[in-house]
Design a protein around this ligand. Structure first.
Ligand code: SAM
Ligand code: SF4
Length: 330
């Protein structure tokens, strides 16, 4: 089997697939004015059959894990059909999602029965008011209730992500709150350093703070850095014998971040993105219209990988095609 590798020796067993740009939240760093339809692009989001063919091709190129993201992936009425097909008809071994969890309390049973292998929930603060200010929605209690439901259903692999924001959720008190939470919950919590996007320069200037501040906290509290295998991805993980959950840091501005890149992205309209901040976005959609196009699809994706760059060059202020992360799924 020909596998996805690039000219820098990295391999790509992992795809982040956005299935919609639509989102009901208004996170300040992503869609501060809410989702606005892009009138310059009238292409529909990929349908279930297109997603199935795409996943089959990717699976034959060695991809074993797909993360469904968005926008908010669970706003799609056929969300669970997509999960089912990916799990049962494509050869993809692991299907996971990233969600804002806005109706997690209502769909926890369905999630648990869907065959999903994991869920990442974005919660920027455990303080209800702060959560509301960041996302524009007072949904924290429902999200926490949803997490409790999943735990009661014995759903494994629950993670929480928060974007680290200067003056909002970066105090030792905030870190202590999450510490308390993961001490008794088998949930991994990760801070993501705020990334500059095309639309978010002012927000970035105001709220960006290097993830080092959280790293220092973890060192001070005797968390142990866990070294993982080559394909583990760019997150730094920390364990502590007295805690059920783990801490993690995603620091895209750190030196060597891109060395462990193991993922490619596909947008909701079928553009392959080699990097979250790349400047090219070739469409593969014309090759997922019929089952007999599989070989052509694989060829195109393999050829594209030769163009993957060594780094995202974010530190130079380059944000590529990414106006906000709702089109590429973060
Ligand atoms: N709506 C879902 C959610 O919020 O989990 C999935 C899509 S969202 C774009 C995926 C992830 O990207 C979220 O964890 C979000 O916090 C993160 N994100 C969005 N914009 C970001 C930015 N400018 N910098 C860092 N992370 C960002
Ligand atoms: Fe929506 Fe997720 Fe963007 Fe927040 S980060 S606006 S929940 S897509």
């Amino acid at each position: 089997m020909q596998k996805l590798t690039d000219t820098f020796g990295r391999s790509f067993p992992y795809i982040r697939l956005s299935i919609t740009d639509v989102c009901n939240f208004k996170c300040g760093y992503c869609l501060p004015n809410g989702y606005q339809k892009d009138n310059s692009d009238n292409r529909k989001f990929l349908d279930v059959n297109e997603i199935k063919r795409l996943a089959k091709g990717l699976s034959e190129l060695g991809v074993c894990k797909i993360r469904l993201t968005g926008g908010e992936p669970t706003v799609r009425s056929d969300f669970f059909d997509i999960v089912k097909i990916l799990k049962n008809e494509t050869g993809i071994k692991k299907v996971v999602i990233t969600t804002n969890g806005y109706r997690l309390n209502k769909i926890s049973n369905q999630i648990s029965n869907s065959g999903l292998d994991g869920i990442n929930i974005s919660i920027d603060s455990l303080n209800r008011e702060t959560f509301k200010v960041i996302t524009g929605h007072d949904r924290l209690p429902e999200i926490i209730e949803g997490i409790r439901n999943l735990q009661n259903l014995n759903f494994q692999n629950i993670k929480i992500n928060a974007v680290l924001l200067k003056g909002i959720n970066d105090s030792e008190k905030n870190f202590d709150e999450w510490s308390k939470f993961i001490k008794i919950n088998k949930i991994d919590f990760r801070y993501i350093e705020l990334m500059q996007t095309g639309d978010g320069l002012d927000y970035f200037k105001k709220y960006h703070i290097p993830a080092k501040i959280f790293k220092n906290y973890l060192n001070k509290k005797n968390w142990i850095h866990q070294t993982l295998g080559r394909d583990a991805g760019p997150s730094l993980n920390y364990i502590h014998p007295e805690y059920k959950g783990k801490f993690g840091i995603i620091a895209p501005y750190s030196k060597d971040f891109c060395k462990s890149c193991n993922r490619l992205r596909i947008t909701s309209r079928g553009d392959l993105r080699l990097c979250l901040f790349g400047t090219t976005g070739i469409s593969v959609r014309h090759l997922i219209q019929r089952d007999d196009q599989l070989e052509e699809l694989k060829d195109l994706i393999l050829k594209q990988l030769n163009f993957k760059k060594e780094s995202h060059y974010l530190e130079l202020g380059k944000t590529g095609l990414t106006n906000n992360l709702s089109t590429t799924g973060g």
